[in-house]
Design a binder for this molecule. Structure first.
Ligand SMILES: NC(=O)c1ccc[n+]([C@@H]2O[C@H](COP(=O)([O-])OP(=O)(O)OC[C@H]3O[C@@H](n4cnc5c(N)ncnc54)[C@H](OP(=O)(O)O)[C@@H]3O)[C@@H](O)[C@H]2O)c1
Length: 238
């Protein structure tokens, strides 16, 4: 499969997995629209990567998400790939956790992810092709103590992805959910010190490990779909 000249929108591309996917796709000659809230950081990535446009904003703001999608389509002339990746985490015992932070997480991980999937599928249907990559998690099929709310959001992404796979059979549209275990990224910056929340893994995944899997899914012949790719650090017993 030649990805050269294809067009992709990547949400959550200011850091971590989204940025690594952007870098890999850029190397493969994909034209990019990247998004995230940290505007300066995003603009720097867009300057560095070839054929890349930055559109910063708050993805859980419905007006921004709709506008982002419309501008990405206008900018590229049509999207072939959407990487639905923006996400955040909230952890802690449910009776102690800051419930407003949990609700903000749900708005990004579920509401915005569903909206982006909705927009992507609608757009792909008009073109008769396209590939939606959802960033799920190993916690989309399993749970750990103190991270149940996050796991719930990722279970929701799994449910939507599986239903979409069934709905989209015969449409020319593919959907893949990537399910990483522990990846060393900014996601955990606020919880790294909370005892017992993060799994004890000597060597976590890197964002590049996840990006390699995304490329692998995108690189399949048109008749092949990889609905799920779970990748774990070798020593993560979950
Ligand atoms: N790290 C892991 O262990 C792990 C494991 C499994 C799955 N995941 C999933 O991987 C995805 C990427 O996370 P990451 O680990 O790469 O962490 P990260 O470096 O913190 O990336 C999260 C991305 O989402 C964006 N984002 C967060 N809230 C947003 C909002 N309200 N509006 C717009 N953009 C927002 C962030 O950009 P701004 O901060 O600039 O807005 C950032 O680009 C998430 O869906 C996460 O749940 C991560």
């Amino acid at each position: 499969m030649d990805l050269k000249g294809k067009a992709a929108l990547i949400t959550g591309a200011t850091s971590g997995i989204g940025l690594a996917v952007a870098e890999s796709l850029a190397k493969a000659g994909v034209r990019l629209v990247i998004s995230g809230r940290r505007a300066e950081l995003l603009a720097g990535h867009a300057k560095r990567l070839p054929d890349c446009v930055a559109i910063p904003g708050e993805i859980s703001d419905a007006a921004f998400a709709n506008d982002l999608f419309a501008r990405a389509v206008a900018q590229t002339g049509g999207l072939d790939i959407v990487v639905n990746n923006a996400g955040r985490v909230a952890t802690g015992p449910i009776d102690e956790i800051d419930i407003d932070t949990v609700c903000a997480m749900v708005r990004v991980n579920v509401e915005a992810a569903f909206r982006v999937a909705h927009l992507a599928v609608k757009h792909f249907r008009g073109r008769g092709s396209g590939h939606l990559i959802n960033t799920g998690s190993v916690l989309g099929t399993k749970v750990r103590a103190q991270i149940g709310a996050y796991a719930g959001t990722k279970h929701a992404v799994e449910a939507l992805s599986e239903a979409l796979r069934l709905e989209l059979a015969g449409s020319g549209i593919r959907i893949t959910t990537v399910e990483p275990g522990l990846v060393r990224t900014d996601l955990h910056r606020d919880i790294a010190k909370k005892e017992g929340v993060l799994p004890d893994v000597a060597e976590p995944l890197t964002p590049a490990d996840v990006a390699r899997c995304v490329l692998f899914a995108l690189d399949q012949p048109p008749h092949v779909n990889l609905p799920r790719i779970m990748l774990l650090p070798r020593d993560q017993a979950i």
